[in-house]
Design a protein around this ligand. Structure first.
Ligand code: CO
Length: 459
């Protein structure tokens, strides 16, 4: 049996450990080796990379993708896409989603992992459809969470629905690192028994379960696992590539990774990690094992957010109350998976409920919109009393939210005029308007400062 590896160092590991601040120049010299290691795919784009390129690194994300493509002609390039939200937090109209997918594929992406925070498949169907139309691989994703309404049957149903939608693989995405080895084994086995597609497993090392969870997932028949080269693995990042390759090869699985090349890659990233530690960009806390998430069943990142929020308000003594309130808010909201943006919404609301001394005295705009149905369908039932209190006589949204949106490309093109040099520019602007305009300003400035002349040929 063969097991395949997706290397996450350029995207999720970069995002989880150093807030996606690795500039292209830092990893450019190792791309050729990454292309030769024998990975099934390189996760290198999407997620927070796009925003970070424009906001912090003064890089054109599309150009980054083209450069990676040019340097890695033999390995599949993979991106993470939040369905109708693309790489942001709101729903975009269908014309924007379709063009974003098409341009991602044109610029070099082979595999698009597509998910919706609520597992509302209506929010990924357009992105999946366009990915397939463009001849790329759509990996239909299940956000893994633990709740009284999520169980093997509900996950198997999601997997079957994804298969019916036409995706080419099923990814189980455990963003919080809370899927234990036995759960992974049972879930992969159940999906493999009911669906005839490759299964990919994505987890994080946050709680320490990660490496064993991946091992058991492979034993249950998982075809691909996500790992990070060891110097950028562990903690909130993925389990280490070399370690999993070692374990699974010993167990008799066929592993097509080249150990010598992996060592070169790891040696390359070691000084980058050291530099990040020294500058403070890499906080040792995110590399540690955080088992509290197992008791509270909430992601480690969410826990540290709650602590930061309460500390800022000098209310850290309320932490236990907030931790007790969090699952109650989640229940009221119909058990959404605690992934962005739901994790922030639930955490902020639980904090507000405790600090105000009255539940839902103050309700954030986001929670209101969620209850209204603007994010999609809640996995379970939203507390009726709460919905009534928030919405009053207002009708909730029951259709696919994007059906209510006007096309977005024409207006953006008209607004940008000559400042957009290509469709990719227009998409960057729609995704992150302020950051992209600031990026355009710097780009225009640079153009003004470089002069060019033609050399007349004399021969
Ligand atoms: Co992840």
């Amino acid at each position: 049996m063969k097991v395949n590896f997706t290397e996450t160092v350029l995207r999720d590991a970069n995002q989880s450990l150093i807030a996606t601040r690795m500039p292209f120049e830092d990893f450019a010299p190792i791309l050729e080796k990454l292309d030769k290691a024998g990975y099934y795919s390189l996760e290198c784009w999407g997620g927070a990379t796009f925003d970070s390129c424009l906001r912090y690194l003064n890089e054109d994300p599309w150009e980054r993708l083209r450069k990676i493509r040019a340097a890695c002609p033999n390995t599949k390039l993979q991106m993470l896409l939040r369905g109708q939200n693309l790489l942001g937090y709101k729903h975009y109209p269908d014309d924007v989603v379709r063009m974003f997918v098409r341009k991602s594929v044109e610029n070099g992406i082979d595999i698009i992992r597509i998910f919706d925070a609520l597992n509302d498949l209506r929010n990924i169907e357009v992105a999946v459809d366009e990915t397939i139309k463009c001849g790329a691989h759509a990996s239909g994703t299940i956000c893994y969470t633990i709740s009284p309404i999520h169980n093997l049957d509900s996950y198997v149903k999601l997997a079957k629905d994804l298969e019916a939608m036409g995706v080419q693989s099923i990814c189980i995405k455990d963003m919080a690192g809370i899927m234990d080895p036995q759960e992974a084994y049972d879930l992969v086995k159940a999906i493999k028994e009911n669906v005839s597609l490759p299964v990919v497993v994505h987890t994080h090392s946050t709680t320490g379960l990660g490496p064993i969870t991946l091992q058991k997932a492979v034993e249950a028949g998982a075809d691909v696992i996500d790992t990070a080269i060891s110097s950028f693995s562990g903690g909130t990042s993925q389990p280490p590539t070399e370690t999993l390759a070692y374990i699974l090869a010993k167990e008799g699985y066929e592993v097509s990774l080249d150990t010598d090349v992996l060592k070169e890659i790891n040696d390359f990233f070691k000084p980058i990690r050291a530099k990040a530690l020294e500058s403070g960009l890499l906080n040792p806390v995110v590399m540690a094992t955080e088992t509290d998430a197992l008791n509270y069943q909430i992601p480690g990142g969410m826990l540290s957010n709650l602590v930061a929020q309460l500390t800022a308000q000098n209310k850290l003594d309320k932490l236990d109350e907030v931790l007790a309130e969090t699952p109650r808010v989640r229940e009221d909201l119909g058990y959404p998976p605690l992934v962005t943006p739901m994790s922030q919404m639930v955490g902020v609301q639980a904090t507000a409920n405790v600090l105000a001394g009255e539940r839902y005295k103050n309700v954030s705009k986001e929670v209101r919109n969620y209850i209204k149905g603007e994010y999609g369908r809640a996995p379970g039932k939203i507390n009726e009393e709460l919905a009534k209190k928030i919405l009053g006589d207002e009708e909730p949204v029951t259709c696919r939210y994007a059906d209510l949106l006007e096309p977005g490309i024409p207006a953006a093109k008209e607004y940008l005029g000559d400042r957009a040099t290509c469709d990719e520019d227009v998409l960057s602007y729609i995704a992150f308007p302020a950051q992209t305009e600031a990026f355009f300003d710097k780009r225009d400035e640079k153009k003004k400062n470089t002069f060019s002349y033609t050399i007349k040929k004399i021969d």
